[in-house]
Design a protein around this ligand. Structure first.
Ligand SMILES: C[S@@+](CC[C@H](N)C(=O)[O-])C[C@H]1O[C@@H](n2cnc3c(N)ncnc32)[C@H](O)[C@@H]1O
Length: 167
């Protein structure tokens, strides 16, 4: 039996604007971007889909890391000096360059979402928005293992991105 892989095409639902105009020197995760404000302009056709989202303080953004070219299967993540498998990292240059960030939702006005804690480059195409509901991802009662990151815990706040994934 032959299995054919289908390619998948997504159309952006809007654009994320932020003060981060250069990849070099920006935060590497929302925890390092506390208070950094951004704006989402949702394409008008999707505005109706924002109904009830304003009841949530945090939302999950799924977006296209559009400034990435190509990928490598092993990388040195921003917080490490050791080469790691790309799927054991949140590094941006991936076979499918999809980023996820949990950001704070300040307010919604029409098709505009005002957000903060933004670790996303200005002009990034937005693919999806979901409410952040900790209960859904609960690992309560289960022992967590954090792999290579376990002893890097406190560095994600201060560490800024460098040029390692820029070309
Ligand atoms: C380590 S990634 C993490 C992104 C996301 N929070 C995640 O976990 O998927 C964050 C870095 O990706 C890079 N980046 C952000 N927006 C990007 C974009 N639109 N295209 C390419 N790289 C981007 C910046 O260097 C930023 O510091």
């Amino acid at each position: 039996m032959v299995l054919t892989m289908n390619s998948v095409e997504y159309n952006p639902i809007g654009t994320i604007y932020s003060p981060h105009k250069e990849l070099h020197g920006m935060p590497i995760q929302p925890v390092g971007a506390k208070g950094v404000k951004g704006l989402i302009e949702l394409n008008n056709e999707f505005e109706k889909g924002l109904k009830d989202l304003d009841g949530f303080s945090h939302i999950i953004l799924i977006y296209d890391l559009h400034l990435c070219n190509g990928h490598k299967l092993t990388v040195k993540p921003f917080l490490d000096k050791v080469e790691r498998g790309i799927f054991a990292t949140r590094a941006p240059k991936r076979p499918n360059p999809i980023g996820i960030s949990v950001v704070r939702l300040e307010k919604i006005e029409g098709n505009k979402l005002y957000i903060s804690n933004v670790d996303i480059h200005d002009g990034t195409p937005l693919l999806d928005i979901k409410p952040y509901i900790p209960d859904f991802d609960a690992t309560e009662g289960e022992k967590l293992k954090l792999g290579w990151y376990a002893d890097k815990h406190h560095h994600a706040k201060e560490k800024k991105s460098d040029k390692r994934f820029v070309d």
